[in-house]
Design a protein around this ligand. Structure first.
Ligand code: PBG
Length: 342
């Protein structure tokens, strides 16, 4: 019979029959039974490279993150690889004067992003996974992710042709993975077909599958010098919706996505869990600029402990089902984890 403990006024309370706390008693026990582990190889560092600056330029809403010069980018990328980080996602920031309605500097082989990809691939070879943001918003003067029709709306099908062109230029420049992030319908199929026709059968497509119209991208807009007025609600998903992500997943898998992504991460762990349950390709999640900024702001006030928050948020994103996590903390986390290559 189970024992009791004496309670108030002569009552007896049963002692617990099960004791989950046993497995929490020592660090060694906790380590042994931990279900989710972080490894630097699963972390991807997003980086920004800006045309026309002589030294790295701080991003005020993302303390500790900078817009790189082409030269400082190479140093930072090498550091990330040496810290054990698994991949690098590159975003380009052109000069304002180079922006136009169709984002032509995004497809110019000499454009800031394509140049950076070329030199990163030359410097790093296959030491890391070189990923490239495939979207027009950094390059258009109106700041939208696609080209506009004569009424100023984002023209889905006209944008697809631009993405196809961009995919080939990025693959030519040396990207191992291209990441269409514009949420145009049919973008994965078109990008896959364009890559195959250009002989880039070995270049993978990381689809931004479930990408929500989120307030969490605020600091990113500063990071890429975005000129956007208004929002992206006609092409990015409504935060109110959950099952829609499964539809986006079905389409991206049908269209040939090699990896799929959910973004942002922490406010969308339910979506991430749904997608991870059904995807038969690796699932990535993006801890975006606003998620980074929230932690940094609180750390700056002395309200949160940075290292704990970094490890806890990344662990939660992994636990919800992400196999790969994009994070501005990738290098910091890799160092906390004592990561090394191999
Ligand atoms: C669009 C793009 C965005 C981000 C990545 N790709 C911005 C947007 O959709 O408005 C945001 C990433 C971040 O906030 O860290 N090309």
């Amino acid at each position: 019979m189970r024992g009791t403990v004496p309670g108030r006024g002569g009552t007896a309370y049963p002692v617990p029959s099960e004791r989950p706390r046993r497995l929490r008693a020592t660090p060694a026990l906790r380590r042994m039974v931990a279900q989710t582990r972080l490894h630097p190889a699963e972390l991807v560092l997003p980086v920004f490279v800006r045309d026309g600056i002589d030294e790295p330029h701080p991003i005020s809403s993302m303390p500790g993150v900078v817009q790189h010069t082409p030269a400082s980018l190479l140093v930072a990328a090498r550091e990330a690889v040496d810290a054990g980080v698994g991949g690098i996602m590159v975003f380009g920031v052109p000069r304002d004067a180079d922006k136009d309605a169709t984002g032509s500097c995004g497809t110019a082989p000499g454009g800031v992003l394509n140049q950076a990809l070329t030199s990163l691939r030359e410097t790093l070879g296959d030491d890391t996974v070189l990923m490239s943001d495939l979207c027009l918003d950094e390059f258009t003067d109106h700041g939208h992710c696609g080209v506009l029709d004569d009424r100023g709306r984002v023209d889905n099908d006209a944008t697809l042709a631009r993405y196809a062109e961009m995919a080939v230029v990025q693959a030519d420049a040396g990207a191992h993975v291209v990441a269409p992030s514009g949420m145009m319908d049919g973008q994965v199929r078109v990008v896959r077909q364009a890559l195959d026709e250009a002989g880039h059968q070995d270049v993978s497509v990381l689809a931004y599958t479930a990408k929500y119209a989120s307030g969490c991208y605020g600091p990113f807009r500063e990071a890429v010098g975005s000129t956007l007025r208004g929002d992206r609600s006609t092409y990015q998903q409504d935060p109110a919706n959950r099952t829609e992500s499964l539809r986006e997943l079905r389409l991206d898998l049908d269209e040939g996505a090699d990896l799929v992504m959910v973004k942002p991460a922490l406010p969308y762990l339910d979506v991430l869990s749904d997608v991870a349950a059904l995807a038969d390709v690796p699932v990535a999640a993006y801890q975006v600029s606003g998620e980074y900024a929230m932690i940094e702001a609180a750390v700056g006030h002395g309200w949160l402990d940075r290292d704990r928050m970094v490890l806890e948020t990344l662990t939660s994103i992994r636990r919800a089902g992400a196999q790969v996590v994009l994070s501005y903390y990738a290098v910091h986390a890799a160092r906390l984890l004592g990561g090394s290559r191999g």
